[in-house]
Design a protein around this ligand. Structure first.
Ligand code: GFB
Length: 320
């Protein structure tokens, strides 16, 4: 791993691709403190799957640095029911942005992947070296293949053209601005929405998909944004870097914790007709820790902040 010279963001033109999403909006908040000039392209203005559009936007905007946080994302159901969109959209976005970044002399680019790049049965915690050592989890293999291609794009442009393009692999994320639509969402926003609705309607039970036994690691998105800015400033190298919280919980434990945060006293009913997905997904954060960064938000505190945001922004709409 290379200890990089610090890449200062102050005074630079920084494009957050995907600034409207959960990760992108957290990055916008975090970057506001760095003194950089923030660049954004609204969805209606630029479709990142359109190669010409991306080329001409970069030619005009001239960013010095890019956080590539734009992606088609979703939970286990969205991934397995919309495989073509997950592979096509993500491959198109990555190839367009990385290629145009090289052509327009972008000095640094950080590509955001996902811990689902690792084999379904990778040894836990999953070190960066586990990449491409075994078969992927079938429910999200399409998304995973696209994200693996993103890592390889950054490596290829670094090797052939000397571009300082790096890749970060976050674990499962949650936080404000998450997607709470039950058909698309990840488990945390789904359980917040379902458990809150059950509390309001005084329902005695809440359905939970799968067996409740899979283990997941969850990172609060404000911590992720801090880690990404840290990596942009301090990491340069071919190796992708895991970003995680360092601990995991079962889905049953997660449901209990969310019930505590929401103030719900009913029971959970496990629907085993729904998929569990990967049995365990905990990333090894040794590389990031060696560089000097650690997550700081405990799960229950992050969940409480996310729930407050959900009540203020979504709960009324969901109930009507
Ligand atoms: O968060 P999630 O959808 O994605 O599901 P993955 C995590 C676990 O929670 C699975 C269970 O075992 C689900 O069956 N679960 C329980 C629920 N109740 C629910 C519910 O109401 N909604 C949802 N969504 N899950 C995703 C990948 O995998 O992780 C993506 O599909 C990406 O590609 C993302 O990598 C980080 O952790 O299983």
């Amino acid at each position: 791993m290379t200890a990089a010279a610090i890449f200062e963001l102050e005074g630079r033109r920084v494009w957050v691709a995907g600034h409207g999403g959960m990760v992108g909006s957290a990055l916008m908040r975090r970057l506001a403190a760095t003194g950089c000039t923030l660049l954004t392209a609204a969805r209606g203005e630029l479709d990142l799957r359109d190669q010409r559009g991306v080329e001409s936007w970069l030619a005009r905007a001239k960013p010095d640095a890019i956080f590539l946080a734009a992606a088609t994302v979703g939970g286990i159901h969205a991934n397995s029911s919309r495989p073509a969109e997950f592979i096509y959209d993500n491959l198109a976005i990555e190839t367009n942005v990385v290629h145009a970044a090289w052509r327009h002399g972008v000095k640094k680019l950080l590509f955001l992947g996902s811990s689902c790049i690792y084999p379904k049965l990778a040894p836990q915690p999953m070190a960066e070296e586990a990449l491409l050592t075994g078969p992927l989890e079938p429910t999200n293999q399409w998304y995973a293949v696209a994200k693996i291609a993103g890592i390889k794009l950054c490596q290829a442009y670094r090797r052939q053209y000397g571009c300082d393009f790096i890749a970060a692999m976050p674990t499962n994320l949650y936080g404000i601005n998450d997607n709470f639509d039950l058909a698309q969402s990840h488990v945390i926003p789904a359980l917040i929405a379902k458990i809150h609705a059950a509390k309001v309607a005084r329902q005695p039970t809440v359905p939970i998909w799968g067996s409740g036994t899979p283990r997941r690691e969850f990172l609060y998105v404000e911590d992720l944004a801090d880690a990404l800015v840290f990596l942009m400033q301090r990491h340069s190298g071919e190796e992708h870097i895991n970003v995680g919280a360092g601990t995991d919980v079962t889905i049953a434990e997660l449901a209990e914790t969310i019930a505590r945060v929401v103030g719900y006293r009913g029971r959970f009913v496990y629907d085993r007709t729904k998929p569990d997905g990967t049995p365990r997904k905990l990333v090894d954060v040794s590389r990031l820790a060696a560089l000097g960064w650690r997550a700081s938000t405990p799960l229950e505190a992050g969940l409480a902040a996310t729930y407050r945001w959900y009540v203020a922004n979504h709960a009324a709409a969901a109930a009507s």
